[in-house]
Design a protein around this ligand. Sequence first.
Ligand SMILES: N[C@@H](CCC(=O)N[C@@H](CS)C(=O)NCC(=O)O)C(=O)O
Length: 213
Amino acid sequence: MKIALYDYWRSSASFRVRIALYLAGLEFKTIPVDLLNKDNLNEEYLALNPQGLVPTLLIDDQVLTQSLAIIEYLDETGRLNILPENPVERLRVKTLSFAIAMEIHPVCNLSVATYAVEASDKKITMNHWMEKFVSKGLLAVEKLLAHPQTGTFCHGDQITMADICLVPQVYNANRWNIPLDDYPRIRSIVENLTVIEAFSKASPEEAQKLKGN
Ligand SMILES: N[C@@H](CCC(=O)N[C@@H](CS)C(=O)NCC(=O)O)C(=O)O
């Protein structure tokens, strides 16, 4: 099986898929897509991913897009075990994952944030935009984590899809110097996760070293 990940080192969605691939023990090649250079909008890339977003994963001839769909696919094909069997627990893990990946992340996308800065004649700065939406979104996640089923990780002591979403989002918050003092549960879970090899290996710093491995 040949696996290739079209990836941007700083992209949270790419970071999620890198974590999932490492957790699944799958070897993959990285094909860098430089978002600052707008490589994601060139014709060749758009033919693979019409949304012009990273990541895109190739497994042999299959073209997979949308990080959570990819992660769920890896789970369903038996390579991961990141969604609980019990429907109520599964729902909780998905709720936490979606609160990050479908609420915080899209608003803070490079193209959205850049548009906000430009359309406001720079009255809105990138930092203010990020702080507003990341802080608000993470506060909701912190509240969702005030739950009896929160454990070492977001849901008990097993790594789930929610953890795969949380670590990249917190990386992004740190990148924009957003204080996390009011999010003790998030900080403690992320501390527990970052020592796990799949998470540390998938970090943007490590991904940057991989460039076109
Ligand atoms: N829902 C998509 C989001 C993908 C996404 O937004 N990727 C960002 C990087 S994290 C991107 O490609 N941004 C390009 C842009 O904003 O122009 C997923 O989870 O795969």
